[in-house]
Design a protein around this ligand. Structure first.
Ligand code: ZN
Ligand code: ZN
Ligand code: FE
Length: 748
């Protein structure tokens, strides 16, 4: 009897074909397995009983990194008699494509890495069928060595034997290599220092970091800038070099026990931290502060991750003279601010001045992928940046039109998405597209990923903002390729991203709170209440309007929004609170009174800014969301219960906080008062809408809901009234999720 079996999902680059061959051999099944680009096809010939067992075992025993989405098995009348079970050459066929994300080094490989008797002892590129780079080295599907950046490294005799040996852990492992045939490390760019051994290079890098220096290190999806996280002056120097005075840096810890020395770690957080994706997780810092405070100033959490490449492990643990090498390194994206992470020696020139040395190598990165970042709420993760390890895993949409779509995303924290059939694939993190270099990279990445996934859009979606660079790029592609373009309102797209993730097609009350987005009335939105579903939306309420005056300055200098919310723009109060010098305050008042360079706004982000300035927590944002993050941390530091009742508008809430502040109330209390008050306002508004419209499902989205302190308070209130609550979990609630919302809309 013969079966034809097709398996869809992540079945490439995860040891699936060798697994199938081994399983077939176990059950005396003859036939073949082939990689078809979008699926794996099996011909299986054997006794009925054995075939049944074979089929049953496939999903049960499939390799740990694989994910079977669909398994089709058909009996066929096959005349050909097979005499063995073969893995046959990849043949490319059309269909839904599943590209494996990059996978962190596995346990077995890390053991071999430090095993003196292993022939890959200290090999910086050790990998196997279950681990190693995938998406970032892939040129084209199907996933085979000659279509990856490993094609430049012909296998040595030993590697080739392992590659063809079905009993080897590296049977059919495309990036297989060793000290004899693999990529080589290099110090610096150009031809400097050629010919130094990998071991000598790692020793030198360790010495530089140990002595307080900064090194750019090429990783999986781009360069990091690394330094000792416990060395105050090293971190300070990195901040100065990168022009990044306050924004938190992520820290890579040597292992779980070093994480636990500095951070609180729940079982679930541990599970994700140590998962094959190895994301950055925001963990509660342990006090007293052991990691220097300027790694993440005035924020209660620290972005932590574990080593995920053999090179990282070697840097922490190389057998050399340095015995007390730091167990925590700052690992921040290697790029000038606003520009995407550098991936090659040419781009790394831009950060040449930021560091003391560059550690690079000759395995090309073909698609850039920053580290993914997530936070935890109760027991589940909330994605902040979905990138390495997760992208381009598609999300499955139950109902969908058969149309191929490019959704270009938002402007800040840009990622884009491609959709086909029932699948939406989101790209790795691209970055802030205000910068033209980022837009260029975005355009190239769109082409790369659509080639890779074979999605050639019949429709493009972008944001309604007329001045977004991403919208301009979408317009350009639309004209050049003659593809229709549709624009979607920003805050509606946030809610759509939530509906997409939850596969929810009914009507909801959408609460969309963020920093800024272009409203349908041409004003700035950012604290909006909608009645909407996957196809239509209606704005039914918002937070109190105020005036943003002074253009871009008003989204950077928090106090300008405070003044706008103070009655009569009273400059005496502004002076008392030390907002700025007298001249600047009067100039701002002048703009507000004369309605010059003014725009009406309902931005919740700016409301956070205004309150933070009143409390003296942050007068000027040096990075997006700084005031809000510090305000949240400040609120968390007030341990007593605070209840806020009978406040119905954010303007009222602001005024109340202002007057309490002027009366000398402490800032921790007021920060908490603000959060509780805002939660109460959101709750009251939702309740009113729900009573009127008879809708009992609430979807919360937008960057403001990354604030877990606020989120928790809102959820508790809504739960008490039995609302069904939909959240963004694995799709970011911030602008990184916009593309998913846009794509979801287009396929409805
Ligand atoms: Zn491995
Ligand atoms: Zn080799
Ligand atoms: Fe937004």
């Amino acid at each position: 009897m013969t079966y034809n079996i097709k398996i869809f999902g992540i079945v490439q680059g995860v040891g699936f074909r060798p697994f199938i061959k081994n399983l077939a051999d176990t059950f005396f099944i003859f036939g073949s397995v082939a990689n078809k680009g979008s699926y794996v096809e099996i011909f299986a010939q054997g006794s009925e009983k054995n075939l049944e067992k074979f089929l049953r075992e496939i999903p049960k025993k499939s390799p740990p990194r694989s994910a079977i989405l669909k398994l089709d098995a058909k009996k066929i009348s096959e005349e050909k008699i097979f005499s063995d079970f073969k893995i046959i050459e990849s043949v490319h066929e059309k269909g839904d494509i599943f590209v494996s994300p990059d996978i962190a080094i596995c346990e077995k490989c890390s053991e071999e890495l430090f095993d003196k008797n292993n022939r890959r002892y200290l090999h910086p590129f050790i990998n196997c069928t279950a681990c190693g780079p995938r998406l970032t080295i892939l040129e084209n599907m199907p996933y085979d060595r000659e279509r990856t950046s490993m094609k430049n490294f012909p296998m040595c005799k030993n590697c080739s034997e392992e590659y063809f040996d079905k009993n080897s852990r590296r049977f059919d492992a495309q990036p297989i290599c060793c000290n004899d045939c693999g990529p080589k490390l290099k110090l610096g760019i150009g031809n400097k220092d050629l010919g130094i051994s990998d071991a000598e290079i790692i020793k030198r890098v360790r010495k530089i970091i140990f002595d307080g220096g900064i090194v750019a290190i090429k990783g999986i999806g781009g360069f990091h800038l690394a330094c000792d996280a416990k060395n105050f002056s090293a971190v300070k120097k990195l901040r100065e070099n990168k022009f990044r005075p306050q924004k938190p840096f992520a820290v890579m810890f040597k292992n779980i026990s070093s994480v636990e020395k500095y951070c609180h770690l729940s079982e679930n957080e541990k599970k994700f931290l140590d998962s094959p994706q190895k994301p950055i997780i925001l963990l509660q810092k342990k006090f007293p502060e052991k990691i220097v405070e300027n790694v993440a100033p005035k924020i209660n959490k620290l972005g932590a991750m574990l080593p995920y490449t053999p090179l990282h492990m070697l840097i922490f643990d190389f057998p050399d003279e340095i015995k007390n090498f730091p167990d925590a390194l700052v690992m921040t994206s290697g790029n000038p601010s606003g520009v995407p992470i550098s991936i090659d020696d040419d781009e790394v020139k831009n950060i040449f001045d930021f560091c003391d040395e560059i550690l690079t190598h000759d395995r090309k990165i073909l698609l850039r992928a920053d580290d993914s970042v997530m936070n935890f709420y109760k027991n589940f993760p909330l994605m902040i940046r979905r990138s390495r390890g997760y992208s381009p895993l598609p999300i499955f949409i139950e109902k969908s039109k058969k149309i191929s779509v490019l959704a270009i995303g938002g402007e800040l924290k840009n990622t884009f998405a491609l959709a086909k059939n029932n699948l939406i694939y989101s790209s790795p993190y691209i970055g802030d597209a205000e910068n033209l270099q980022t837009v260029e990279i975005l355009e190239k990445s769109v082409e790369r990923l659509s080639d890779l996934l074979e999605i050639f859009p019949e429709k493009i979606i972008c944001d309604k903002h007329p001045r977004y660079q991403t919208s301009r790029l979408a317009e350009k592609i639309s004209v050049e390729k003659n593809i229709p373009l549709e624009k979607i309102q920003h805050h509606y797209a946030h809610i759509l991203s939530n509906l997409a993730e939850n596969n929810f097609f009914g009507e909801v009350i959408g609460v969309s709170f963020d920093g800024t987005g272009y409203g349908d009335d041409g004003k700035i939105w950012g604290g909006e209440f909608f009645i909407c579903d996957a196809k239509n939306y209606r704005r039914v309420d918002s937070i109190s309007k105020f005036i943003q005056a002074g253009g871009d300055k008003s989204s950077v200098e928090c106090w300008r929004n405070s003044l706008a919310m103070i009655k009569n723009f009273d400059t005496e109060i502004a002076k008392k609170l030390n907002f700025a010098d007298e001249k600047e305050i009067s100039a701002q008042k002048f703009l507000l009174e004369k309605n010059l360079n003014c725009i009406e706004s309902t931005s919740c982000g700016r409301l956070f800014d205004a309150v933070a300035a009143v409390l003296g927590i942050c007068k000027k944002n040096s990075y997006e969301g700084e005031a809000a993050m510090k305000l949240q941390s400040c609120a968390e530091n007030f341990s007593e219960k605070v209840e806020v009742k009978n406040i119905f508008s954010t303007q009222e809430l602001f005024e109340k906080i202002l007057s309490m502040r002027l009366d000398g109330a402490e800032k921790e209390f007021l920060a908490k008062y603000f959060h509780e008050g805002l939660a109460e306002i959101i709750f009251e508004k939702v309740l009113k809408i729900s009573e009127r419209e008879k809708i009992f499902t609430v979807a919360l989205s937008g960057g403001v809901f990354q604030n877990i302190f606020l989120l928790d308070s809102v959820i508790k209130k809504l739960e008490r009234k039995n609302f069904k609550i939909l959240l963004n979990k694995m799709i970011p609630a911030n602008d990184g999720g916009i593309c998913i919302g846009q794509a979801f809309f287009a396929i409805q």
